[in-house]
Design a protein around this ligand. Sequence first.
Ligand code: V1P
Ligand code: CA
Ligand code: ZN
Length: 392
Amino acid sequence: TYNITRPKGYNVSFHTNPEMEKHHFGQTHPMKPWRLTLTKSLVTSYGMSFAMDNYVARAATYEELNMFHSNDYLDYLGTAPAEDTPRDVDTDKEVKYNLGGSDCPLFYGLYDYCSMSAGGSLDAARKICAKQSDIAVSWGGGLHHAKRSEASGFCYINDIVLAILQLLRCFPRVLYIDIDVHHGDGVEEAFFSTDRVMTVSFHKYQPEVFFPGTGGLEDNGPKSEHNPGAHHAINVPLNDGITDEQYEWLFQSIIGQVNERFRPSAIALQCGADSLAGDRLGRFNLQVQGHAACVNFCKKLGIPMIIFGGGGYTPRNVARAWAFETAIAIDCQDKIDPVIPMHTPWRDHFHHETLFPTLEQILGEPRANKNTQKRLQDMVQHVTEQLRFVNF
Ligand code: V1P
Ligand code: CA
Ligand code: ZN
């Protein structure tokens, strides 16, 4: 037994829905909702469930999704096959909403999948607002590319935007942080014209080559001085092969400064696990320890926080990271044994029996690191300059 106890003096809530995990994007599609089952299996076998309030995420209602998304988009999304019956296909609308292509297929049960993902994140936000949770976990959320009337990059409903809108009802300022390997474009765009939300995304940046191609260092929000959202978007564009050591230094330097200057009253942290080494789509050399250090740093700020999932395309490593980050949330990271418990379902699927495989175990040969220390220092300098414009 691992004797995991509730954290002292604060509450963690965990929002999941096992129904969500049964959906399939298609055989060759990289997004595997089953990674959530694998994550839950680790969380449970370590005994972490006893230290949290566990909720089955309900499906968000049409009215809730409509707080950000347009009626015409939601109506078409609702025509995705919910059961095995023929449906009317409107090719013009599919093009307009970017639905039905290889990135955002219209699969069986899509609308239910989306509303459960959003429901979990909305529940998380409400628990934070009600002060019933200090950290709320929504691994089924984090779908940062979805726009008001457009699906993008495996994301149909932007649960993060919906959750932040909820937080804004009870907190004056929300800080959004995104450690997915992709740019958090949908969330950035949604809060482009407000100074009540600051967005910070760390991502691989190589326009024309790497999705979605936005999020350059100089993109800091509307250029107009009359727009309150000016200077409230921070982008940290990175190259292939960044290491734990560099990433932790960058993250702490930037988030430390942002916290001092912006003084957020709540944090929304997207923990996309495609920034880990060995990810099917990612390009970095991050290990579970480096990824999780970002969660730990945010937690230590002592500000109410939602942690979301996001990308992550090598399910065994996604589960390792999100289980360890759950341990950080409940403050038991020093108590858990790195050896994956013998009774863990799908234990063999993890290939190595440790929570913390080495880069050599994951990749054989680590990816060449194309990030120079000079470039990273220049980025921190640029952020410092941007933050001079931020006053509340
Ligand atoms: O690069 C593209 C396509 C090419 N353009 C027309 C768009 N799409 C990417 C999408 C990545 C989405 C990441 C989502 C997230 O940030 C949040 C959940 O992690 C893409 C890639 C790729 N290697 O970047 N789509 C696919 N691979 C893909 C591969 C097989 C089947 C379907 C999609
Ligand atoms: Ca990111
Ligand atoms: Zn991603």
